[in-house]
Design a protein around this ligand. Structure first.
Ligand SMILES: [Zn+2]
Length: 299
């Protein structure tokens, strides 16, 4: 975290995910997690945000600002409206920023969870603030953030939805309404499907990774197939952006040692750019930290 003139002020960060919300605060560059609240598909946004606001005010009589990160399309220009939330359907159309501002009477910034994670990594120096870099999260879906000179490129607001670029016309249907989206081929379900198709058995990514570590041929082939799709998508992005390199995060990123080689071979087949892919380590609280760090820098 860069030193700033925010001495003594407390910035709050909220990370609302499909299973839980994490709330933490950043004071004098020290971050601590204050609470975790369960969410889920039936999570009612107004109730949850009221509860979080109460919690913040009980801990802090004078919060400086509040940042919120959540999955989906976030309309920042409208003050933090959740336009489309795949895992929290009741949040669609909710102005989360306005609700928090009403309760807390402080500046609030809402952003997409992948962007918030990247902002935390930029502010803590883990993503360089010079040059153009792409941050990709590989998990249930694929998130993306475009970082140029330490700032995120938003376009009209929603840049970086790399997971929904088409890699196979007429391919696997996607909940977004399209088909053949990259995340249908390089997301968690795809990895599991490649294993099932080969073995007739079900296994989680962690189990497949453990089998690959033991040298099980079917698990190794699963990761080779998975890696090909990761490499294909990264080659498309390199051809579009010519980035300095990629940072990879998300649940599947920790299995990169099993798929990096096949991803790189596929990538080199499809683009002329250098392979420069680094793992950006996840921590369960990185989202809440990123949200707090975002408002510490911008408010
Ligand atoms: Zn899609």
């Amino acid at each position: 975290m860069e030193s700033s003139n925010n001495s003594g002020k407390t910035y709050w960060g909220i990370d609302v995910g499909g299973t839980c919300a994490k709330i933490g605060c950043l004071t004098n560059d020290v971050f601590r997690v204050v609470d975790t609240i369960s969410t889920g598909v039936d999570c009612e946004p107004k109730e949850l945000l009221a509860k979080i606001s109460e919690l913040i005010l009980a801990e802090d009589v004078k919060p400086a600002a509040v940042g919120l990160g959540t999955a989906g399309h976030i309309d920042k220009r409208a003050g933090g409206v959740v336009r489309f939330s795949p895992n929290l359907p009741l949040w669609n159309g909710i102005n989360a920023g306005e609700i928090l501002r009403r309760h807390l009477k402080v500046p609030v910034i809402v952003d997409n969870d992948c962007n918030v994670f990247a902002i935390g990594a930029i502010n803590s120096g883990r993503i360089p603030s010079e040059g153009l870099w792409l941050f990709i999260t590989l998990g249930t879906g694929i998130g993306g953030t475009i970082i140029n000179q330490g700032s995120i490129i938003y376009g009209t607001g929603y840049s970086g939805e790399f997971g929904h670029t088409t890699v196979r016309e007429g391919g696997v249907p996607c909940p977004c309404g399209s088909d053949g989206c990259w995340e249908r081929y390089a997301g968690k379900k795809a990895l599991e499907w490649y294993y099932t198709r080969l073995t007739g058995q079900k296994a989680s990514p962690g189990e497949i990774a453990a089998l690959a570590s033991q040298g099980k041929v079917s698990a190794l082939e699963t990761f080779r197939e998975y890696g090909r799709w990761v490499g294909l998508g990264l080659a498309n992005l390199s051809n579009c952006f010519s980035p300095m390199g990629f940072f990879i995060g998300g649940g599947l990123s920790t299995t990169i040692n099993h798929f990096e080689k096949s991803a790189m071979l596929e990538y080199k087949k499809r683009c002329k750019h250098k392979w420069n892919v680094s793992l950006l380590e996840n921590s369960p609280t990185a989202g809440a930290f990123g949200a707090a760090s975002m408002v510490a820098k911008q408010c």
